[in-house]
Design a protein around this ligand. Structure first.
Ligand code: SF4
Length: 567
């Protein structure tokens, strides 16, 4: 990779090779090989590389492979687009319908490695090629397309050139049983890491084929499941990540275990997140605000039950005006303010807190909102005071950190105006009390909640919610919503009802006690930041200047918004 400057070599993104810049790991390695060979007076030339890749682009997974744009003469495209889920899949097949030439995946890239192998190896495709992206709708999976059906020469890790045969061989011949060892042994997954899910599946499948029990561990740094780690942290009084990894793990941790452990510690100890776990949190948690398009942050104060006074509305309006924030009423019955510079966040929150607001935890995997309808306070059909009950519930569980975000709602009668059955826990008033529904959600994969128990009085309903939430927090995997957690519980709804209502495991009182601890130790994170000069200092764009980051806005419907991305 000798450049036009004498004695200067360049690899990776530095050289312009035949009018192309290769910004991928694998071509970078090939270039390094060529450069080293040349230094040693050998002849090895870089002649271009396969540009198939998988990237995470601002929250969206994108993959392309082979002839992604269908430029091969006679190629035909099969396109699937789901605007609800935000996925787009395109495969290009040859004119005879026998070979896969390439394609593009957006939103869901889980099939990329298999499709890449099918392309690279010229493997036969199913009689109905759309099955490769849609799945075999007649049942039975994608015949011939299963992971273990790939030939041994199939390239799994293109960064390090590791094949399926290398991986399965290491598991079989070297007795490897965990992903960390496998990475060390084969080097697969040590480059961009895009092949790790496939490598993990190959490890699991190979072990299964040997009749070995596959242990579900959090990641390569901990030989424990989330549930086991949760208990270890609690029983051993472990208060930080380093203590945990020193005593029960290996290495330095990763993007899987660090946020998961931070979430568990927050759920167990309920300590101020910036004082104890900030270095292992996601970005949103570190700034106690959601980072938005354009690099500014949103401010979302809690509005329990969606009830707000005129004075508080005026405060929100005044703060938004003073700091130039865009306002939007959310589906969770509160008001989002967008476009805040990170350095303004403590001042904005100081004004909101002085007016009686507190953090809405919109940035956290925690309880978000408890929606309510006006219930018997105003509605002629209302049979219970849904607003008071929603406020009581929101104030009880505010700030509760959990494996995923939590949403709730309370409806004042069977007409269900608060949409409680699409929530993680929802309550619907009856003549005699409350019906409690659990494990529902909206979002990309909507799920209806199921009826856990009916006609409950106020206290019993809250007791069951305490048990349900603590049981979920203790046993669910990271980033697992309540509906998915339920789908994986042996015994499903009946089992969960037995645990929560009939206390079949005898842990009801313990779960309630643990929840009461969380309730008693709650404090508003933003209030702590506002009153702590050291914490306030963290909210700045630059460590050596008070200047603000430059953000360009445009006017949209009478308010400001970030400028649109170029098409
Ligand atoms: S759910 Fe019932 S009480 Fe609530 S607003 Fe609708 S009709 Fe009225």
């Amino acid at each position: 990779m000798l450049t036009s400057a004498p004695d200067l070599y360049a690899i990776g993104e530095c050289p312009l090779y035949e009018n192309s810049i290769y910004a991928l790991v694998a071509p970078g390695y090939d270039m390094a090989d060529a450069a080293i060979a040349h230094l040693g007076a050998e002849t090895k030339t870089f002649t271009g590389a396969d540009m198939s890749t998988k990237l995470k682009l601002i929250g969206v997974d994108v993959a392309s492979f082979g002839d992604a744009l269908g430029e091969t003469p006679g190629s035909r495209a099969i396109v699937f687009q789901d605007n609800v889920k935000g996925t787009y899949k395109r495969i290009n097949i040859d004119k005879r319908g026998k070979k896969l030439l390439g394609g593009i995946l957006v939103g869901d890239v889980s099939q990329d490695k298999r499709l890449l192998q099918t392309t690279l190896r010229g493997m036969a495709i199913p009689p109905e090629p759309e099955d490769m992206i849609l799945g075999n709708r007649k049942g039975g999976g994608n015949e011939g397309q299963g992971l273990m059906d790939l030939p041994d020469e199939a390239l799994v890790c293109s960064c390090e050139g590791v094949t399926k045969g290398d991986i399965c061989g290491a598991v079989t011949a070297d007795g490897i049983t965990d992903l960390g060892e496998l990475k060390k042994c084969t080097k697969a997954g040590t480059g961009c890491g895009g092949c790790l899910p496939m490598e993990k599946d190959l490890l699991t499948e190979t072990l299964k084929s040997q009749g070995k029990v596959v242990k579900k561990v959090l990641c390569e740094h901990f030989d424990y499941s989330r549930q086991e780690l949760f208990d270890l942290i609690k029983v051993n009084d472990i208060k930080n990540f380093n203590q945990l990894i020193d005593s029960h793990g290996t290495g330095h941790g990763c993007e899987i275990c660090k946020p998961a452990v931070a979430s568990m510690m927050a759920s167990i100890w309920n300590e101020m997140i910036l004082k104890t776990h900030d270095t292992i949190q996601d970005t949103n948690d570190r700034f106690l605000a959601n980072i938005q398009r354009g690099g500014t942050y949103s401010v979302v104060p809690r509005i329990p039950g969606g009830e707000i006074t005129a004075d508080k509305l005026i405060t929100i309006g005044e703060v938004a005006k003073k700091y130039g924030l865009y306002c939007k009423i959310t589906g969770g019955q509160r008001i989002d303010m967008f476009g805040a510079h990170v350095g303004d966040l403590p001042d904005i929150w100081e004004e909101l807190i002085n007016a009686g607001f507190e953090s809405g935890h919109a940035y956290a995997k925690a309880l978000r909102t408890v929606k309510s309808c006006v219930g018997s306070t105003w509605c002629r059909y209302g049979v219970q005071d849904s607003v008071s009950y929603a406020i009581r519930i929101e104030e009880r569980y505010r700030g509760l950190r959990s494996p995923h975000k939590l949403k709730s709602a309370v409806s004042g009668c069977i007409r269900e105006c608060a949409e409680a059955r699409s929530k993680d826990f929802g309550i619907i008033a009856t003549e005699k009390g409350w019906n409690l529904y659990i494990c529902g959600n909206g979002g990309a994969k909507p799920a209806h909640a199921f009826l856990l128990a009916g006609d409950l009085d106020d206290e019993t309903c809250i007791r069951y919610i305490d048990r349900f939430l603590m049981f979920y927090i203790k046993t669910a995997d990271p980033l697992m919503r309540t509906s998915v957690w339920l789908s994986k519980l042996d015994g499903g709804e009946d089992y969960l009802r037995d645990v929560i209502v009939n206390d079949s495991l005898g842990i009801g009182a313990q779960l309630e006690k643990e929840m009461q601890f969380m309730v008693d130790t709650y404090s508003c994170e933003w209030k702590e930041v506002v009153n702590n000069p050291e914490l306030r200092k963290r909210f700045s764009h630059f460590v050596n200047s008070d200047e603000k980051d430059e953000v360009v806005f445009q006017e949209v419907r009478g308010q400001k918004a970030p400028v649109a991305w170029e098409k």
